[in-house]
Design a protein around this ligand. Structure first.
Ligand code: SF4
Ligand code: SF4
Length: 194
């Protein structure tokens, strides 16, 4: 995974070098709070899980945030006039965005999924319209207003994902839920064995 993540980081650095006015540079994390849980590949999750397992304090914090998210999900479902689970899930923050002394930050930044690394700084296909930008709606509008789209020259998103084409994909939240459930069961079994 490290090689793929490094390629995505290099693409991001290249994009930021070309367009230093990119808003994602300023510490914005709105997409982590308002775009639901990012789609993650199984091999990426395995690397994230290994990283988490060596940090039990972080797992405890994530477990608490996950509980809060579940309560938030229930409130969102009740608030929607025609509730759908997908809509409510999309309105939730990513379970890994957390407070830190520097403000809200990604708590798994060094192992965050490829889609997070590519978001905001790649194109879905050579630029024709703002829809080709793989970024949030406000950034799409800003790019369109400030630069003729045909001249936008950002790295393409698709080649970064080619090596993962056959990998199983789920939302990061879904992988996390299975992991938290399994680690709670393991802890309970260990308690009974004592
Ligand atoms: S993609 Fe949009 S919301 Fe996400 S960091 Fe960049 S500017 Fe902020
Ligand atoms: S994993 Fe990190 S970067 Fe990706 S959406 Fe969650 S908080 Fe944001």
């Amino acid at each position: 995974m490290q090689f793929l993540w490094q390629q995505a980081d290099a693409a991001q650095a290249e994009a930021q070098n070309r367009y230093p006015e990119m808003r994602c540079l300023t510490g914005c994390n709105d997409c982590c709070k308002h775009h639901g849980s990012p789609i993650t590949h199984a091999s990426e999750w395995q690397a994230i899980e290994n990283w988490l397992t060596s940090r039990p304090e972080l797992v405890d914090q994530v477990r608490q945030r996950h509980q809060a998210l579940k309560q938030g999900l229930q409130a969102k479902l009740e608030a929607l006039t025609t509730p759908t689970l997908n809509e409510a899930l999309f309105a939730l923050p990513c379970p890994f965005i957390a407070d830190s002394p520097e403000g809200e930050r990604c708590s798994i930044y060094s192992v965050r999924p490829l889609t997070c690394r590519a978001f905001g700084n790649t194109l879905l296909q050579p630029a024709v319209s703002r829809e080709d930008l793989y970024t949030c709606a406000p950034e799409q509008d800003r790019w369109e207003q400030e630069l003729p789209m045909a001249e936008v020259n950002l790295p393409l998103r698709t080649p970064l994902f080619e090596a993962l084409a056959n990998d199983r994909r789920r939302s990061l939240l879904s992988f996390l839920e299975r992991y938290l459930h399994q680690s709670a069961s393991d802890a309970e079994a260990a308690g009974h064995a004592l």
